[in-house]
Design a protein around this ligand. Sequence first.
Ligand SMILES: [Zn+2]
Length: 228
Amino acid sequence: MAKYEMYRQQVVETAQLLTRKGYLMATGGNLSLRVLGETAMAITPSNYDYMKMVPEDVCILDFDLNVIEGKRKPSVEAGMHVGIYQARSDVNAIVHTHQVYASTLAVLKKSIPALFDEQARFLGRSVEVIPYAPSGTSMLRNVIAKHVKTHNNAYLMQSHGALCFGHDLERAAHNVEILEKCSLAYLLALCTNQKINKIPLAVREIAFAKLRKDQKKVENGNSELGGE
Ligand SMILES: [Zn+2]
């Protein structure tokens, strides 16, 4: 059905862009896009090479994880994506990666304080670490859904990887890049054993308020469309 074509196309394009840039590797990670006005999403298939992917490979699932369209097995983390969409009506796109520098901090269980203006504006007050739960389990879905309510747009998943959100896939993909830059800068700064300077609290709060304003616009738009 042509109805979901645009969503599937965007998922493939973003997955391949992030693979070319090295944020997604082989078949690791997954990404999804909310279908506006429906309780449904387009999500990457399980264990399938991103560079071989075509729009027909992308799965369309409802929020009970029933397949609306698609022949391939959906990502094992589909439940985690639904949990996020239900917890965050301002999020329309989710990218989950195993990107190296953010994953290093996830292994160290080290959250990233507000180090840069751009970080606070687009990723939120800080990049928090969400406690570990095994991949593909309802335990992971629940722990993620609980922690993303702080309204940041990037999180680290302990001993696993990272999650970035956006009002669309382009924004979520940009957030993946901002997160990796912040992660690398923070790791290098930590290596020096010198004092790490954060941005002033007032600046952080002004930037976060702008992010929240953007998020509320998306929330309102989604509720007008009659989705969840
Ligand atoms: Zn993963």
